[in-house]
Design a protein around this ligand. Structure first.
Ligand SMILES: CC(C)(COP(=O)(O)OP(=O)(O)OC[C@H]1O[C@@H](n2cnc3c(N)ncnc32)[C@H](O)[C@@H]1OP(=O)(O)O)[C@@H](O)C(=O)NCCC(=O)NCCS
Length: 274
């Protein structure tokens, strides 16, 4: 079993996967020895309530940040092509307040998701695109769910058998505290007009056993990281564009670690790799 920042999550909560019957055999259904408690088939009417609850989880977490997903996005871009993996608990264990927040139907006694990680396989063998991460850690502060986001992403990547990972996120996103736990990230874009939010970075990295263990919080694993050559302010659009120009001219940059607070600013440590 994996050691994590918060082993209580592994002890007290179950895991689920949303997968079509055709995709399911490609899943590692005991990542790091963790059993799979619930399989949800998106092609079945019986899955309706759980899939509504997943959308509610997304709204409870992403909603305040303005990017909640429509159900067709879940279906077309996640449930049919890829997997959704996360932690859940039986509805009977929700408090009255939590049940109300989720809007679970009165008679429902199935699983209720507290986190989810979505990734989509890319054309290149073993390469996956990270589509969504959500955790109720900060929404349910009394449940002791610290590090749920990091643990969910790390275990999901093991379940999906990801060999190379590609992600896109915003320079201002708190999720960068999580993504950078997986080690140094190669920057494929630093300014991205193709995205609805141009201040988006695209990053990629190899996925190793060590990088998953480090991100989940195994104290026995330390990842090597290059030293930063420059710091990019999370609001410095000109700086993002300048780095993007250099990337397009053949330069390579690596995001070395977590965002740092410098006075009133958030800055990102970047290594020039070539
Ligand atoms: C971002 C999110 C997934 C974090 O979930 P979580 O379970 O709180 O994550 P973790 O506890 O693993 O957090 C990892 C790190 O991020 C930091 N962090 C997370 N959210 C933070 C916030 N709002 N403010 C400051 N730091 C934050 C934590 O302090 C932690 O750092 P540490 O391990 O160095 O102490 C969750 O808040 C969420 O679902 N947000 C909305 C959706 C979203 O932004 N998804 C990511 C886009 S892909």
């Amino acid at each position: 079993m994996i050691k994590t920042f918060n082993d209580g999550i592994l002890r007290d909560y179950g895991t689920f996967v949303v997968a079509t019957p055709r995709n399911l055999p490609h899943l590692n259904d005991s990542p790091f020895g963790l059993p799979l408690n619930w399989h949800i088939d998106p092609l079945s009417m019986a899955s309706e309530e759980f899939l509504n609850l997943l959308q509610r989880l997304d709204a409870l977490t992403f909603g305040p940040e303005g990017m909640p997903m429509d159900k067709w996005v879940f279906y077309d871009c996640a449930e049919l092509p890829g997997f959704i993996y996360g932690f859940a608990m039986p509805a009977s264990e929700l408090t009255a307040h939590e049940r109300e927040l989720f809007g679970a139907s009165p008679g429902y006694d199935g699983p209720v998701p507290i986190s989810m990680y979505i990734a989509i396989p890319m054309y290149e063998e073993g390469t996956w695109f990270g589509h969504n991460l959500a955790s109720l850690n900060r929404t349910f502060p009394d449940r002791g769910l610290h590090h749920l986001g990091s643990i969910t992403k790390a275990i999901a990547m093991k379940a999906f058998k990801v060999e190379r990972f590609v992600g896109a996120t915003q320079w201002e996103s708190k999720a960068l505290y999580i993504h950078t736990k997986f080690g140094p990230l190669d920057l494929e874009t630093t300014y991205t007009p193709a995205h609805s939010i141009e201040e988006t970075l695209t990053y990629a990295h190899r996925v190793t056993e060590d990088c998953l263990r480090a991100a989940a919080g195994d104290p026995d694993v330390t990842l090597a990281r290059p030293t930063p050559d420059l710091f990019l302010d999370a609001h410095d659009v000109e700086g993002m564009r300048a780095l993007q120009d250099e990337i397009q001219s053949g330069a390579r940059f690596v995001l070395c670690g977590a965002p740092a607070i410098e006075g009133a600013s958030v800055v990102h440590p970047i290594h020039r790799a070539g």
